[in-house]
Design a protein around this ligand. Structure first.
Ligand code: SF4
Length: 272
């Protein structure tokens, strides 16, 4: 495996795809390289391209504010990056070949940072990492973000929590804003040990998952606050205890995009 510095240096001069021609600079990512929480967004926008840091515009400020509401901060134990490291022209959607070209950087970032919790913001990041969960392509028509937001998926021992991109909330989608609030709280709860990781909920024996062994490793505590030791004190039964109360927190506007079905099992480690 390449070193972190090698990966970063490679990305900063990357010309693997056409986006290299229009960028001001590569936006590799920002934060703690040993973070326990990693956000993955879509691509740099205008401000990110100028400043070289992800989520620094309005969407970034909203994300910071929502994180603060649940006790999270991008300055502590958090790493933020995007699927694409270069800005698409006019902020258009990422193209499949661009995602394929840039994907290795994200995978190397995940391997090096090794976060316990990964939150994907928006459709592109969600689909890309759900493909790693399922091992196959995700049909965007069948799996909109609204269908998987707020669920926990086991991503090789990490807990993957998909949710909406803050830009969706800024466009007036109040359901997306409610889901973001709910899902960031879920991420904070998993990190704090108040909610089982996806692997724990599924009873998987994952050596890489953030369990008590990791909590004892100095400098590698994936949870910000140690929770109960699941070997001595079983956590809540995910089959019996629902996750976020979807009766109180409305999902996305179902006239535009159906939200998660609250009647479904709230904890899922595998997709569909
Ligand atoms: S988007 Fe990714 S693959 Fe394309 S040029 Fe930028 S760093 Fe390289």
């Amino acid at each position: 495996m390449r070193t972190w510095d090698d990966v970063r240096a490679d990305a900063l001069c990357c010309t693997r795809c056409r986006l290299s021609r229009g960028r001001t600079q590569v936006v590799f990512g920002v934060g703690d390289p040993k973070a326990s929480l990693m956000f993955v967004g879509e691509a740099p926008g205008f401000h990110e391209d100028r400043l070289g840091e992800p989520f620094v515009g309005r969407a970034g400020r909203l994300l910071d504010s929502l994180c603060a509401d649940v006790g999270l901060s991008r300055n502590h134990g958090v790493y933020i990056t995007n699927v694409l490291k270069c800005r698409p022209p006019a902020n258009r959607d990422p193209q499949p070949d661009e995602i394929a070209s840039c994907r290795p950087y994200l995978q190397e970032q995940l391997s090096h940072i090794d976060p316990g919790v990964v939150v994907t913001l928006g459709a592109f990041a969600t689909r890309l990492l759900l493909e790693d969960v399922t091992g196959g392509p995700i049909d965007p028509a069948r799996v909109p973000v609204s269908r998987v937001a707020g669920y926990r998926f086991d991503l090789a021992g990490r807990t993957l929590i998909p949710t909406f991109h803050p830009a969706a909330a800024l466009r007036g989608n109040e359901g997306a804003l409610a889901c973001l609030r709910r899902d960031l709280r879920l991420a904070a709860d998993v990190l704090a040990g108040r909610v089982p990781t996806a692997a724990e909920a599924l009873g998987l024996n994952r050596p890489a998952q953030p369990g008590p062994e990791h909590r004892r490793e100095p400098g590698r505590d994936r949870r910000r606050e140690p929770g109960p030791d699941p070997r001595r004190e079983p956590g809540p039964d995910p089959r019996a205890e629902p996750g976020p109360d979807r009766r109180r927190e409305p999902g996305p506007d179902r006239r535009r995009e159906p939200g998660p079905d609250p009647r479904r099992e709230p904890v899922q480690g595998r997709l569909l």
